[in-house]
Write a protein that binds this ligand. Structure first.
Ligand SMILES: NC(=O)c1ccc[n+]([C@@H]2O[C@H](COP(=O)([O-])OP(=O)(O)OC[C@H]3O[C@@H](n4cnc5c(N)ncnc54)[C@H](O)[C@@H]3O)[C@@H](O)[C@H]2O)c1
Ligand SMILES: O=P(O)(O)OC[C@H](O)CO
Length: 338
């Protein structure tokens, strides 16, 4: 089946490593893509040298990816729009894009995070700021380390939308021999899983940086999945989602890979860098777990969900808890049934 509603011309707003990689996936899937970059130097590098030298160096972008710094032009004639700016700037950007968005087209949400202050998930920010029907929003989330995908290494992902047909249309638009999307309807679960795993990956990076072993990593992944699932359930998510690609799949990839910016940041903290220095060492690329440990912790407090790993990461990032004491904090939690 190849539905008539499969988008052909897609605007990707945000030319960081994920926006650029997803633009490549879409072009490899046969779509015409316009990638909006904030900075002319990024657009120029893509136009003139077919490479995003700043965010995705060494990857040749196909001719199907055009780059533009004018979002009105990028959105003109688009029959789907992917939003690839970091979570905490999505509100500001949506406010700017809102009036130029084509009516009725699917909006593909790529950012993983929960907004500080409001506790809103990214699809909620998009719907509220854009005054949009939430059923238009398709959340893409899974084990999707950009650098691996850009190199054509196979992966799968989840496309979550309350409107199944819309998810299927996007599924057909972005499927390639190396990128296999599955559809689900649990938007809350996909978003909470994608946000929470970055915090757990930070904890795994800290553990790794301290020279602890795979038992510690496996314990963090397993208990991390448990606490993120509990939060998701409190917010109305389907527990099974957390065993899927946007849950366990993404958690394992991010907690295990040296390519993960969140895990790498955790390692740097364990090696003795302060938060600002550890962020600076990341070359300006976003590590969402740093903000998400705050917004997820706030949500957990609001919904009375116990999240000891998230709490420990928050204390390391914002309350000067030494990374070694983070492990003690977690090991000293009251004993409980699994
Ligand atoms: N890189 C990955 O492997 C990956 C995979 C899946 C999901 N994600 C998620 O995608 C989102 C984007 O991540 P990324 O990896 O592309 O980040 P990045 O750090 O590589 O790039 C961020 C992009 O956003 C732009 N930007 C930064 N602040 C902005 C602002 N205020 N307004 C507009 N644009 C702004 C930057 O110029 C850059 O183009 C994050 O939520 C991340 O968790 C990333
Ligand atoms: O590099 P990270 O830690 O931002 O993780 C990237 C993706 O979210 C992995 O799925």
């Amino acid at each position: 089946m190849f539905p008539d509603s499969v988008p052909q011309r897609i605007a990707v707003l945000g030319a960081g490593s994920w926006g650029t990689t997803f633009a490549k996936v879409l072009a490899d899937a046969g779509r015409d893509v316009v990638l909006w970059a904030r900075r002319e130097s990024v657009a120029e590098s893509i136009r003139d040298r077919r490479e995003n030298e700043q965010y995705l160096p060494g990857v040749l972008l196909p001719a199907g990816v055009e780059a533009d710094t004018d979002f009105d032009r990028a959105l003109d004639g688009a029959d789907a729009v992917a939003l690839a700016v970091p979570s905490q700037s999505l509100r500001e950007n949506m406010g700017v894009f809102r009036d130029s968005l084509p009516p009725d087209v699917p909006l593909i949400s790529l950012a993983k995070g929960v907004e500080i202050g409001t506790g809103l998930r990214m699809s909620e920010v998009i719907a509220r700021v854009g005054h949009l029907d939430p059923a238009r929003i398709v959340v893409l989330s899974g084990p999707n380390l950009a650098v691996e995908i850009a190199a054509g290494r196979p992966t799968a992902t989840a496309l979550a939308c309350t409107d199944h047909d819309r998810a299927v249309a996007v599924q057909h638009a972005c499927a390639t021999p190396y990128f296999r999307p599955f559809t689900i309807t649990d938007v809350v679960g996909a978003e909470i899983a994608g946000t929470g795993k970055n915090v757990i990956a930070l904890a795994c990076g800290i553990s790794d940086g301290l020279g602890l072993g795979l038992n510690t990593t496996a314990s963090l992944i397993t208990r991390g999945l448990h606490e993120v699932t509990r939060l998701g359930e409190a917010l109305g998510a389907v527990p099974a989602t957390f065993a899927g690609l946007s849950g366990l799949g993404d958690l394992v990839a991010t907690c295990s890979s040296p390519l993960s910016r969140n895990r790498t940041l955790g390692r740097r903290l364990a090696e003795g860098l302060g938060l600002d220095a550890a962020l600076a060492a990341g070359g300006g690329q976003v590590a969402e777990g740093v903000v998400s440990c705050r917004s997820v912790r706030d949500l957990a407090h609001r919904h009375r969900v116990d999240m000891p790993i998230t709490e420990a990461v928050y204390r390391v990032c914002y309350q000067h808890l030494p990374p070694t004491a983070m492990i003690d904090f977690m090991m000293d939690q009251p004993h409980s049934p699994e």
